[in-house]
Design a protein around this ligand. Structure first.
Ligand code: AMP
Length: 175
């Protein structure tokens, strides 16, 4: 089962980046090319029936499988990045995360009004990051059709927070 393979590969790092946080490290997954292909296929599989024009990936780990997902779906990929990283004109949203706060940005010409956007990140924690990403998509009059993650930390209730911003939330594994 893909869920077991992912759980075996994900590495827990205690007290990173702050005391009390158990960081779910996906870098061991990236060393296993076959597992990466299986994860991409599983991400595509759970999105069957969802119409997607664009995948928006959240910096930085959301770029890894976000781009693979966009390629597999044969749709464009757009990066949502932390403040000051995108070179062209941007729009901004503030967000609170499990272990801090940040400003996210999206190029103002990244999306066309009405486009159906899937937001992807590696992990859903409190949901603050992906809510900010969804607000960026809405600011450009595009539509969030779903949010996809490899991992959801269900005990932090991010899925509940997301309900007002996306019709569907997908995750391959939960803790
Ligand atoms: P949040 O906004 O609280 O849902 O946090 C989600 C963002 O922070 C994602 O981009 C994750 O990669 C990262 N993140 C938060 N908590 C963790 C964790 N325990 N392990 C790994 N990444 C995390």
């Amino acid at each position: 089962m893909i869920e077991n393979k992912i759980k075996q590969a994900v590495r827990d790092i205690a007290d990173f980046p702050k005391p009390g946080i158990v960081f779910k490290d996906i870098t061991p997954i990236l060393k296993d090319a076959e597992l990466c292909s299986e994860i991409t296929a599983a991400l595509v599989n759970q999105l069957s029936g969802v119409q997607i024009d664009v995948v928006a990936g959240i910096e930085s780990r959301g770029f890894l499988f976000g781009m693979l997902l966009a390629q597999a779906l044969k749709v464009p990929f757009v990066p949502i990045r932390k403040a000051g990283k995108l070179p062209a004109k941007t729009i901004q949203q503030a967000c609170n995360l499990e272990y801090g706060s940040a400003i996210l940005e999206l190029h103002e010409d990244a999306l066309i009004p009405g486009q159906k956007v899937l937001i992807h990140d590696d992990l859903l924690a409190t949901g603050g990051t992906v809510v900010a990403a969804a607000k960026l998509v809405s600011q450009l009059q595009a539509e969030v059709v779903g949010c996809s993650f490899i991992i959801a930390l269900e005990f932090l209730a991010g899925r509940e927070k997301l309900k007002d911003y996306t019709p569907q939330t997908f995750a391959l594994i939960s803790y």
